[in-house]
Design a protein. Structure first.
Length: 315
């Protein structure tokens, strides 16, 4: 994805046909667009980067739309209902491309609506243009569960925060206070603001109080990972690892890139392969792997294989 660049104008981001379908009512008012709430949020240029950061914790569907275009209301309503029924397994972030053209520019959106999924900061396109009724049904019934499974495979298994009117979340919605443990709130907010080092330190304090808090351990590992490598130039890091195969720091750096991208097996194998030929590097590799091991689910086969191989290499 192109780097987010606030202030860039985007001619043609809004379909001119939308002008014929404009409504004046505010979202949530009679005749207006469905309101945000529950696990549906509205994102602007000022909150965009914080939203991207949270995709390292839970997956996000991005709906690029125009909230005054009544043709898009059924789609927004159906997506919102489907997401809210899942109680935080995934979030729907709605972006008004007319008011936030720079975001549309970053995603190379030419017209609304457009749909993306965001996992670990990486966007993937899902749909461009208005879906048919059958396509919308497939999105809500089949595609969204597959996106959640994809995020889980990448180690993104956190719960999105609940917000807004409880009535917007549908039946069976989780209580707002249960979405994030109170003792995690400071760390979560630091991560959401992009202060990953501060978030890692805050999660470390949570672990001091409860060393068995697996969620805090996992989120601390993610925060450390992002603090080290969220802004790294992927091409530079991979080139350095290729040019210096015996340099443990270069291999650790590229393993971070693999983890951020959801390539968990690649990250594990890279460090374990390095350890097999460089026993002197056992401690930095072991420490990094132990950090990584807290991210996937305990029954993840990639994790089980990596643990067994690490034990063999060390003993």
């Amino acid at each position: 994805m192109a780097q987010f660049n606030p202030g860039v104008s985007l001619a043609g981001a809004v379909d001119l046909e939308a002008l014929k379908h404009q409504v004046k009512a505010e979202p949530g008012q009679a005749g207006g667009a469905p309101a945000a709430g529950g696990y549906v949020i509205d994102v602007s240029e000022s909150t965009f980067q914080a939203m991207v950061a949270t995709s390292a914790t839970f997956p996000i569907i991005l709906l690029m739309w125009v909230p005054t275009d009544d043709r898009l209301f059924p789609m927004a309503q159906a997506l919102g209902d489907a997401v809210n029924a899942l109680n935080g397994q995934i979030q729907l972030a709605r972006i008004d491309v007319a008011s936030n053209p720079s975001i549309a520019q970053a995603f190379q959106v030419q017209a609304a609506p457009a749909l993306f999924v965001l996992i670990n900061g990486r966007p993937m396109p899902i749909l461009a243009g208005l879906p048919s009724e059958a396509e919308l049904q497939q999105l809500t019934d089949t595609v969204i569960p597959k996106l959640i499974a994809m995020a889980q495979q990448a180690g993104v298994t956190g719960v999105a925060p609940y917000s807004g009117d409880p009535d917007a979340a549908g039946d069976g919605a989780a209580d707002p206070a249960s979405a994030i443990p109170p003792e995690h709130m400071e760390a979560y907010q630091l991560a959401q603001s992009g202060d990953y080092a501060g978030a890692a330190a805050a999660y470390a304090q949570v672990l001091e109080a409860d060393p068995n808090d697996r969620l805090a351990a996992r989120e601390r590992a993610k925060a450390l990972l992002l603090a080290r490598s969220a802004d790294a130039d992927v091409r530079v890091v991979r080139a350095a690892a290729a040019d210096h195969p015996d340099d443990v720091d270069a291999q650790l750096a590229v393993a971070d890139i693999d983890m951020i991208g959801g390539q968990i097996a690649d990250a594990f194998d890279r460090l374990l392969d390095h350890l097999a030929g460089h026993k002197a590097d056992v401690e930095p590799v072991r420490q990094r792997l132990l950090e990584y091991f807290t991210i996937p689910e305990p029954d993840d086969e990639r994790l089980k294989r990596a643990r067994r191989r690490l034990a063999t290499l060390m003993y």
